[in-house]
Design a binder for this molecule. Structure first.
Ligand code: ING
Length: 307
C-alpha cells in the first residue's frame, strides 16, 4: 500500500530589514510556482517568513515593533500568495508573527489546504533566548520579549491524506514536542526555523549547528515513525549568518532531500505516509512497549531535581 504526499521545503535566503512584505510575498510565490512545477502538493515555508528575524533587535516600547506582526491572515499583502496557491491547487505552511485582537503576540505557523482554507494554526511552545536587553551581545535573541509561549500545545490535523503536525524552530530540539504528536499518530511534522550559526551563550556550539539540527530532527522522526520537514530562513541576514540545511526526513530517520545553498531554494520528496507504519507498528509500537507509569517526571517537573 502507499499513500504518497509530495512535499516541498521552500527555503528562504535572508530577508533584510529594508525588504518590503510585497517583495517577500513575490519570492514566496516564485518558490510556490517552482514547487508546483516539481509536482509538490504541499509547500513548507520557514519561521517568520514574511520579515527579517526582528527579535535580533530590542526596542524599549514593544509597540514600536507592531509593524513586524500580522493582525490578520490572509492580509491585503499576503492575499496574492493564497490566491496563487489556490489557483495551483497547492497547500502551504507559513510562519509569521501574530498580534491578536486581545494584544497577544505569538510566533505562529498556519497550514493552508489545497483549496486555500486555513485548516490549522500552531503557536510556538518553546520560546528561546532572553526577555531583557542584553547589550553585550553582538545581536539580540529577544524572542522571550516579543512572543508569549503558547499553552495550546501540539496538535495533529487530518489533512493532505495524512496526519500533519507542526512545530517551530526551537521546538525541534525537545523530544517532548515530537512525542506529544507521535502519541496522536502524526505522520508528517512541518517545522520552520531561523538558527543563527553563532550561539552567543556558548560559541563552542557554533560549528555544531548543522549537526545538532540534523541530530534532533532525524531522531524525532525515527523515534516517532514520522516524516519531518525542516525549513530554514538561512544566509546572512542583517550581518547574522543563519543555518540553511533545510531537509526532508523519513520515518527511518534518513534524510531524503537537503538544500545545497543558503538562498531561496526548493527541494521536494515523495513521501509515502504508509512508510510510517513500519516504525509505528514494530519497534515503536507505543501501546505495546511504552511505560508511561515510570515517565511521571516528564510532566511532573520542569527543571532537574537533584534530591
Ligand atoms: N532559534 C534558535 C533555535 O533553537 C536560539 C534558538 C536561541 C538560537 C538563542 C540562538 C540563540 O534554533 C529559534 N528561532 O527558535
Amino acid at each position: 500500500m502507499s499513500r504518497n504526499l509530495h512535499v516541498a521545503a521552500a527555503q528562504l535566503g535572508p530577508i533584510q530589514k529594508s525588504d518590503s512584505r510585497t517583495e517577500v510575498v513575490a519570492r514566496l510565490i516564485e518558490l510556490l510556482r517552482q514547487a508546483h512545477s516539481k509536482k509538490a502538493e504541499l509547500v513548507v515555508f520557514p519561521e517568520l517568513a514574511l520579515t527579517t528575524f526582528f527579535p535580533r533587535w530590542f526596542v524599549d516600547d514593544i509597540t514600536e515593533a507592531d509593524h513586524w506582526y500580522e493582525t490578520e491572515m490572509p492580509s491585503k499583502v499576503t492575499q496574492p500568495l493564497f490566491d496563487e496557491a489556490k489557483k495551483l491547487q497547492v497547500g502551504f505552511c507559513l510562519g509569521y508573527a501574530e498580534l491578536t485582537a486581545t494584544n497577544e503576540r505569538f510566533n505562529t505557523q498556519i497550514l493552508v489546504d489545497r483549496s486555500g482554507n486555513t485548516v490549522a494554526k500552531y503557536r510556538k511552545v518553546h520560546i528561546p533566548g532572553h526577555e531583557e536587553h542584553e547589550p553585550d551581545r553582538p545581536f539580540q535573541h529577544a524572542e522571550r520579549y516579543y512572543f508569549t509561549p503558547s499553552n495550546e500545545g501540539f496538535g495533529v490535523w487530518k489533512a493532505f491524506g495524512g496526519r500533519i503536525g507542526m512545530m517551530i524552530c526551537n521546538d525541534r530540539r525537545w523530544p517532548e514536542t515530537y512525542r506529544v504528536m507521535g502519541l496522536q499518530g502524526v505522520e508528517m511534522i512541518l517545522c520552520g526555523y531561523n538558527t543563527p550559526l553563532h550561539y552567543v551563550p556558548d560559541p563552542s556550539q557554533d560549528v555544531l549547528q548543522g549537526f545538532h539540527n540534523a541530530l534532533v530532527m532525524q531522531s524525532g522522526a525515527y523515534q516517532n515513525g514520522t516524516f519531518v520537514v525542516g525549513v530554514a530562513k538561512g544566509g546572512i541576514e542583517e550581518g547574522v549568518d543563519g543555518l540553511a540545511d533545510s531537509s526532508i526526513i523519513g520515518p527511518s530517520g534518513e534524510i531524503l532531500a537537503k538544500t545545497v545553498t543558503s538562498a531561496d531554494e526548493v527541494i521536494t520528496a515523495v513521501c509515502d505516509l504508509d512508510w510510517c507504519n513500519n516504525y509505528k507498528n514494530t519497534l515503536f509500537n507505543f501501546d505495546r512497549y511504552r511505560r508511561p507509569e515510570v515517565y511521571g517526571r516528564i510532566t511532573g517537573q520542569r527543571g532537574t531535581s537533584l534530591d
